[in-house]
Design a protein around this ligand. Structure first.
Ligand SMILES: N[C@@H](CCC(=O)N[C@@H](CS)C(=O)NCC(=O)O)C(=O)O
Length: 238
C-alpha cells in the first residue's frame, strides 16, 4: 500500500452516488485519509439546471492541471486524475486494492462500466415501464450471467478472490442500484438466479470496514442527478 494515509485524497463529483459511490467506498473501506467534495445542481428559473457549482470555478481551475478534467476526479499528491476507470486503478494501487492482478481488474472494470452505461441510458431517459421491464428482464441478466460465470470459475467470494478488490466496489454499486430499481418497480430481486453475485453483495455489505459508509450520509445520497427519471431522489436500500 502507498502512503495514502499521509496525503489527503480528494474525491470530487456531483452531490449524488453516481460514478463516485464506489470510489468513496474504497476510501472508506481502507480508512484512507480522504475528503469528499461535491457539486450540486440548482433549478433554474423557467426550467433546466444550473451546473455552475462545477463548471463555474473548480472545473476551469483543475483544467489547468489536467485538460481531460471531468467528474469524477481525484486530487492526490499534487496529481489530478480523471476518467472513472483510471481513477479506480489509481486508487486500487494507492490503497492496495488491485489484488496483484491489473489485467483482471481492468477487464472487470470495463465490463461493469458496460453494464453501467446501458443502465444510465434507462435512468436518464423518459420514464418507460416497458424499457424498465426489458432492462431488468433481459439486459441486466445478460451482464449478471457473465459475472456469475466469472465468479463460479474462480470459486471465490469476490471477483478476484476472498478479499474485496477494486471491481467488487463498482459491482456492488451496480447490484445495489438494480436491487433498488427492481423493488421500486415491484419486481423481485434479480439475485435469486445469481448465487455468486448474491454472496458478493451480502458479504461486502456486511464488512465492518464499510459500516460507517453505509450508516453515513454518502450512502443516502440520490443515485442519480436531478434530471433523471429514476434515482433522482434518495430511495432506501437494504
Ligand atoms: N467517461 C467518463 C464520463 C464522465 C462523465 O460523463 N461525467 C459526467 C457525470 S457522470 C459529468 O457531468 N461530467 C462533468 C463535466 O463534463 O465536466 C468517466 O468514466 O468518468
Amino acid at each position: 500500500m502507498g502512503d495514502s494515509k499521509g496525503e489527503t485524497i480528494t474525491v470530487g463529483y456531483w452531490h449524488i452516488r453516481g460514478l463516485a459511490a464506489p470510489l468513496r467506498m474504497m476510501c472508506s473501506f481502507k480508512s484512507a485519509k480522504w475528503e469528499n467534495k461535491t457539486y450540486e445542481l440548482s433549478a433554474k428559473e423557467g426550467g433546466g439546471w444550473d451546473a455552475s457549482s462545477w463548471f463555474g470555478k473548480d472545473k476551469p481551475e483543475l483544467k489547468k492541471k489536467n485538460p481531460l478534467i471531468n467528474l469524477p476526479y481525484v486530487v492526490h499528491k499534487g496529481k489530478v486524475v480523471t476518467q472513472t476507470n483510471a481513477i479506480f486503478m489509481y486508487l486500487a494501487k494507492e490503497l492496495g486494492l488491485d489484488g496483484g492482478d491489473t489485467t483482471g481488474c481492468n477487464q472487470l472494470l470495463c465490463e461493469i462500466m458496460d453494464l453501467r452505461n446501458s443502465s444510465v441510458k434507462l435512468f436518464y431517459g423518459a420514464k418507460d415501464e416497458d424499457a424498465t421491464a426489458s432492462h431488468l428482464g433481459s439486459t441486466v441478466p445478460k451482464h449478471f450471467k457473465k459475472f456469475e460465470e466469472w465468479i463460479s470459475a474462480k470459486k471465490s467470494t469476490y471477483l478476484l478472490g476472498e478479499e474485496p478488490t477494486v471491481p467488487d466496489f463498482h459491482m456492488w454499486e451496480m447490484i445495489d442500484q438494480h436491487e433498488i430499481l427492481a423493488s421500486a418497480n415491484n419486481k423481485e430481486s434479480l439475485l435469486k438466479d445469481y448465487p455468486g453475485l448474491a454472496k458478493l453483495y451480502t458479504s461486502l455489505r456486511g464488512r465492518a470496514e464499510l459500516k460507517g459508509y453505509f450508516e453515513g450520509e454518502l450512502y443516502k445520497l440520490p443515485i442519480n442527478n436531478k434530471m433523471a427519471s429514476f434515482g433522482a431522489k434518495y430511495i432506501a436500500g437494504k
